[in-house]
Design a protein. Structure first.
Length: 98
């Protein structure tokens, strides 16, 4: 059973790394979006495309509040839930199966 335990632990850890990376990308792209003229740089567009992996599906359901886009906040909250619930559950399950 230790092989299955190692598999679940590895999947949980990889999911946790993805969630942490995606959260950082969302925060950085949201802060950079406040800088005028930043959209012309390729680095910002690259970060924006990475952040849109999580944000694009949410934008269909969450409207803007005036000029304020709360999608990054909701995306971060969902990522925190995924990290604390799904990733941690997989890691704990992996440790119990070892």
């Amino acid at each position: 059973m230790f092989v299955l335990g190692n598999f679940f632990s590895a999947v949980g850890i990889v999911l946790r790394v993805f969630v942490d990376f995606e959260t950082a990308v969302i925060i950085i792209s949201a802060i950079l979006s406040w800088i005028p003229g930043i959209r012309q740089f390729g680095f910002y567009n690259f970060l924006r495309n990475l952040a849109d992996i999580v944000e694009r599906p949410l934008r269909r359901f969450i409207p803007n509040i005036g000029y304020v886009d709360i999608t990054p906040l909701i995306a971060i909250l969902i990522l925190i839930f995924v990290d604390r619930f799904l990733a941690q559950t997989l890691i704990d399950l992996g440790w119990r199966l070892k």
